[in-house]
Design a protein around this ligand. Structure first.
Ligand code: NAG
Ligand code: NAG
Ligand code: NAG
Length: 350
């Protein structure tokens, strides 16, 4: 590429100009909107090359976070330890059927080299990844081994840093009280140091209430690079229908705007369930769970696209929680037999 440009420049000296014009048009096509760019990963127009990029290409690799508002992709649970082939097929579906730019991992698979399969599937489908160090719900130390396995893959797999947009600690470590907030903040700082040579940022995947019930946990908010928010208004004590949940969304979002120092924000675990289950119980007698409300919640976010685009930090990008009912009952876009529960074509820009 550099050789080609040098050759074109030399040629242009001979021809006086027009070739340079042709070259610059080839390098930057300003006619397509940013989210469709062919020039930054993982914009919808970008296709990953066959080769692995060189390290120096990382500098201009990622799309500007301000293009990542509206729908960006799905939460995807990996506790089933999907095969590499299944990951490839489903990541392609996530990318090309729904115009996703990212997949946000949820749960854990402790199979050796599993993250390398994620990287390969993400590479083949031109999808970025919000990776996850999963604490689980048992209050034990298995997350330490998961962190080490993930970090070692991030360092050793030459493609990993080109698909991994951020590493999250989750899910809801403050709400679940798996670590005191000062220790969680310290873990974030250590992870940032470990991953700094790879330019991979670090965050925590958490509810507003998780921070609030730990005195605000400002040390954690200060340490994280982006704010990955769990937006699950069905659980609010004021919940009724999804269509009426915008004040509940704003209530939590405003808290992060006030305390988040202008950092980039995502709703990374975000949705409304179509059914309740033992682990999905409302806190309001008026909360309605059915497929129509599941759909209405995403329509609500689409309706507020222009608002979410203007939020401090480059707008709020949102994930749909979750890809399939097999991964979390009631929250899936697909039901447990693989059928779409409702038409789903959320806006990727506005
Ligand atoms: C990063 O963390 C991994 C796993 O804990 C460790 O093996 C590696 O030495 C660390 N690297 C740096 C640069 O801190
Ligand atoms: C949802 O709320 C909006 C605005 O409040 C209203 O215009 C619309 O009709 C409602 N949709 C449904 C399905 O209730
Ligand atoms: C929930 O309802 C109560 C009582 O009406 C109200 O005071 C409170 O502000 C509401 N909270 C939200 C987040 O809307």
């Amino acid at each position: 590429m550099e050789f080609l440009l040098a050759a074109l420049l030399t040629l242009s000296l001979l021809l006086r100009g027009p070739v340079v014009l042709a070259a610059s048009i080839a390098v930057r096509d300003t006619s397509s909107p940013d989210h469709l760019s062919k020039h930054c990963f993982p914009a919808l127009g970008f296709v990953t090359p066959q080769r692995t990029p060189e390290d120096f290409e990382l500098e201009h690799w990622w799309c500007d976070p301000s293009t990542e508002y509206a729908f960006v992709g799905f939460s995807y649970e990996v506790t089933a330890c999907q095969s590499r082939q299944q990951l490839i097929e489903e990541f392609r579906d996530i990318r090309y059927h729904f115009n996703s730019r990212y997949v946000r991992l949820y749960g854990a698979c402790d199979r050796e080299n599993f993250y390398d399969d994620i990287v390969e599937a993400a590479w083949q489908s031109s999808l970025g990844v919000h990776a996850l160090v999963w604490f689980g719900f048992n209050g034990d130390d298995v997350w330490i081994g998961r962190r080490d396995a993930l970090f070692s893959s991030l360092h050793s797999n030459p493609r990993a840093k080109f698909v991994t947009r951020v590493v999250q600690f989750g899910s809801e470590p403050l709400f679940d009280n798996v670590l005191p907030h000062d220790q969680l903040a310290e873990q974030v700082i250590l992870a940032k140091a470990n991953l700094s040579s790879l330019h991979i940022p670090v965050t925590v995947s958490e509810l507003a209430y998780g921070y609030q019930e730990r005195g605000g946990a400002q040390d954690v908010l200060d340490a994280i690079d982006s704010i990955n928010i769990h937006m699950l208004p069905f659980f609010s004590q004021n919940a009724s229908t999804a269509n009426e949940s915008w004040p509940l969304v704003l209530n939590d979002l405003d808290w992060f705007i006030e305390h988040g120092n202008g950092k980039k924000m995502y709703f990374d675990e975000n949705g409304w369930p179509s059914v309740t289950s033992p682990s999905v119980q409302p806190n309001s007698p008026l909360a309605v769970s059915d497929v129509e409300n599941e759909q209405q919640y995403f329509i609500l976010l689409d309706r507020h696209c222009e608002y979410l685009k203007e939020v401090v930090g480059g707008g709020v990008g949102w994930f749909a929680h979750i890809y399939s009912d097999n991964q979390e009952p009631g929250y899936g876009i697909y039901d447990s037999s693989g059928h779409l529960k409702f038409p789903f074509h959320p806006r990727t820009f506005c």
